[in-house]
Design a protein around this ligand. Structure first.
Ligand SMILES: [Zn+2]
Length: 162
């Protein structure tokens, strides 16, 4: 009976050692996969923001339905241009660092990947630090991850350039 117990104890110790070794071997892989997953999520968010910036820029900061109505009014039969030219240029050459303004321009699809806009936030998923927005003038913007996951400058993604 005592010997049986001893064997059982040894079995347990061996099992613990095997589990320990297996965990030591597997954990770095899990951690690496998790780090890569967060990096991908971070870049996807930046892509959504960049796409929204582009849509915002192209529409002159007007919501799609309002922007769509402008060409119709400018191309009516009388050929009268209703939107003042200078005002139009000012509207069209526009980026924004106001995330609230960008929200209506976001697509629920980024590079073919469906995205839930309800759960999107403007922080790096690694540690919830906010993205760095730089809008220097009406023709330049950049979005950067504070954790070095990459940056987007005027629609160019740093992780896609060689
Ligand atoms: Zn990040």
């Amino acid at each position: 009976m005592l010997q049986r117990k001893g064997i059982t104890l040894l079995d347990v110790v061996i099992l613990i050692l095997i589990v320990g070794v297996a965990a030591a071997l597997i954990l770095p892989h899990i951690r690496k996969a998790e780090t890569e997953r967060l990096e991908q999520m971070c870049r996807l968010r930046m892509r959504i923001l960049a796409d929204a910036e582009l849509t915002y820029y192209l529409s002159g900061g007007l919501l799609p339905e309002i922007a769509d109505s402008i060409p119709d009014s400018t191309l009516d039969d009388s050929k009268e241009i209703i939107v003042d030219k200078e005002e139009e240029i000012e509207l069209i050459h526009l980026y924004t660092d106001d995330i609230e303004k960008l929200k209506p321009f976001m697509s629920d699809n980024a590079g073919g990947i469906p995205v839930s806009l309800d759960t999107i936030s403007f922080v790096c998923p690694l540690d919830n630090q906010e993205f760095i927005f730089i809008v220097e003038d009406s023709l330049f913007y950049s979005i950067s991850c504070p954790n070095g996951h990459g940056h987007v400058i005027k629609g160019n993604f740093s992780w896609e350039t060689k």
